[in-house]
Ligand binder design. Structure first.
Ligand code: AMP
Length: 191
């Protein structure tokens, strides 16, 4: 199995690049943000729990997020591998992911960390907010909080993967295809 974590701040291009990577490497894409948005749309109790956090740009509590992720992985017993997009975002989530994959006799192959300057991220998110229908992309205060939460709670995970020799830092500015080329090379290195 190839199991990839696509990592980076909001607006780094994780969703866009995940679509291209899963096509090339035959992986199942799990985006926790997309799963929460689908639950909000479907007015499920999980969606209801997540919404108040998402509207403020805060993280949904680990217990809720980890259970949802585990269910999604277990729904795909025949997967040749996964691409985790927007998960893990905290140390307990990274530990839970390792434990889950271990129970399936597999592990994370690589963490691909997209590096994009902050001004570019804000510009990309505000631009996406014009068409995405995502309220958390349309409000600069919420965007800034999401970036602060990333810096405080999520970016330390780079060390978690670096210490396992799994971190690949990828320059995330350029055309979609240029960035995809860099990511593909990094996946192949760890496949
Ligand atoms: P995203 O689509 O990845 O930008 O996620 C949108 C929002 O969903 C985030 O700002 C969080 O509120 C929530 N979210 C997504 N993934 C996670 C996660 N792994 N842990 C906690 N909250 C999450």
């Amino acid at each position: 199995m190839i199991n990839i974590v696509i990592f980076g701040p909001p607006g780094a291009g994780k969703g866009t690049q995940s679509e291209k990577i899963l096509e090339k490497f035959g992986l199942v894409h799990i985006s926790t943000g997309d799963l929460f948005r689908a639950n909000i749309k479907g007015e499920t109790s999980l969606g209801l729990k997540a919404k108040s956090f998402m509207d403020k740009g805060e993280l949904v509590p680990d217990s809720v997020t980890i259970d949802m992720l585990r269910d999604k992985v277990e729904e795909n017993p025949k997967a040749q591998g996964f691409i985790f997009d927007g998960f893990p975002r905290t140390t307990p989530q990274a530990d839970a992911l390792d434990t889950l994959l271990k129970s399936l006799n597999t592990s994370i192959s690589a963490c691909l960390s997209l590096q994009v300057p902050e001004e570019e991220l804000i510009a990309r998110l505000l631009n996406r907010g014009k068409t995405s229908g995502r309220s958390d992309d349309a409000d600069e205060t919420v965007i800034k909080n999401r970036l602060a939460v990333y810096m405080r709670e999520t970016s330390p995970l780079k060390e978690f993967y670096r210490s396992q020799n799994k971190l690949e830092e990828i320059h995330g500015v350029g055309t979609i295809d240029e960035i995809f080329g860099r990511l593909s090379d990094a996946v192949e290195k760890h496949a």
